[in-house]
Design a protein around this ligand. Sequence first.
Ligand code: WTA
Length: 651
Amino acid sequence: MTTPNITSVLKETRVFPVPEAFAAAAHVTADEHRRLTEWADRDPDGFWGHHAESLHWFQKWDRVFDGSNPPFFKWFTGGTTNASYNCLDRHLNGPHKNKAAIIWEGEPGDTRTLTYQQLHHQVCKFANGLKQLGVGKGDRVTIYMPMTPEAAIAMLACARIGAVHSVVFGGFSAEAVADRNNDAKAKLIITADIGWRRGNAVHLKQNVDEALAKSPTVEKCVVFNRARNTSVHMKPGRDIWWHDLMSDVSADCPAEELDSEHPLFVLYTSGSTGKPKGVLHTTGGYLLGASLTHRWVFDLRDDDVYWCTADVGWVTGHSYIVYGPLANAATVVMYEGAPNHPKEDRFWGIIAKYGVTILYTAPTAIRAFIKWGDQHPNAHDLSSLRLLGSVGEPINPEAWMWYHDVIGKGRCPIVDTWWQTETGAILIAPLPGAIPTKPGSATKPLPGIAAAVVDKDGNDVPANSGGFLVVKRPWPSLMRTIYGDDERFKATYWSQYPQGYYFTADGARQDEDGFIWVMGRVDDVLNVSGHRLSTMEVESALVNHPKVAEAAVVGKPDEIKGEAICCFVTVKQGVTVSDSLKDELKKHVAKEIGALARPDEVRFTDSLPKTRSGKIMRRLLRDIAAGREGKQDTTTLEDFSVLAKLRGDEE
Ligand code: WTA
């Protein structure tokens, strides 16, 4: 790497202390946070071994950590456990047996609640069904489902018998399903006739039919009948209805005793280049990461009603809808559809209806809520909320403030959680009873996580200088490899630092209090007159202008400056765009963060190109800004019409 360090220009000085009520009742207080951090740094094996005791092990491990073959680390070797057992069986002999595990609401308004006992019953039956169809330990199973309890049942049933699930987000195309089937050599696929999204049926089975024509390894297809009245094509000998499979299987299915390092799932994530990577997670270490961080970061109490708005197709859905919360016997709210169906207040209605206490959502959603207006949340009783979370990208300080004031009414701490598909679990976040918050900062690494900001040689950079975010020591929930491609795993994450640091590919800075401010992917950095600027920081300056809803900033080749700053801006409802507003925004950014960051170009747009998980696809915008015909992979793009509109929208 020859890139110079990144200049950070974001100046955010607001600090919110830990609310007294949190400090008094928290699992982890400020003193405890210090004690845990020191312990983990001094004796990582002792620290992780102690916390792993919170899981059920059929056989306890011999060794906490095996680092003999880096970067292929192993955790809790010799131990045997099962993720499904930890999420279900061990809750059945106590007060949680009849506790709601999943409270589900479909987009059309249908609802279901499954207690831990009922969920266990369903999972055991479905696991027996999978066995009947020839699925065994180590076989890969693709799950392409709407957000219904059956998605979680399918995942937990795979885990129960040691099959490796590969969940593919229900918004992806047939092509994406086929690619993932083939890369994982999946033996079976689980889908539904349809799912609901913004009032429309998403024809999942139809996509699967197309995908299976190109997926030679897939032998069987199980179809959940979501709509109950659609007639889908069922191929004899290959396709089986979920309800038929469940009708004659026993509910007796003891969980397999699996090695701690037995693969739990593959989850495909797209990088900025190349084909998607099948991130592989294994059982013991992953489950420890997901459950411990869920308990700590959300300061979970037994009576919490916890809602993570992600889709199970993303890692957030894996770790913080299914494995983390269920391992902790939490009550999870699961919602199938869009936040603006039938109206823009759907989320707030759900919170009021179920008395949600913890809400975990994404900055992209928060910015949409801001754009739609405060009248929607203000029309509902949100007083049950006690804690708010954010994940997926840096949260702009102004979006953070809105979330804090309008949703949290100034009462609820915000946990801004930094992590990745690869890290399996949250690595950087404020523990709400221990760490004060600053809008836009994910704050401090969790105890046990040696995250640091370093220069290209791996030296720690001084306070407030930008650099690369790395993790200096392995941790249990770290991915184990890229499925079928150990070399790519080494090259992508471990070749940058001979010291053996895990390379996150994110830029960040650490302030004078040691708080970490993530600036986004290093591929998204601008190079303006020799200064590397974070696109996110320029975006945050734009978003704090009262007329702006959302902004994406990219570099555009410039003979003089190297890169010129090009901003794509969506405005709030009711604002009229004009050339004078463009000038106003340029001046605003220059005033907020300095003349260096003054935008060269501002373009207004109705919407921005985003991935299905809500991340802005800046590489597409770079092509548009530069006037290049893009030859980019657009398979993860959510709405293709956005691109066409942007291309036609020359100034
Ligand atoms: C970004 C999602 C800043 C980051 C869990 C990371 C964030 C990538 C945050 C991983 C956050 C996620 N603050 N940036 N709180 N959370 N990111 O694999 O660039 O979908 O590397 O995992 O999202 O995205 P992924």
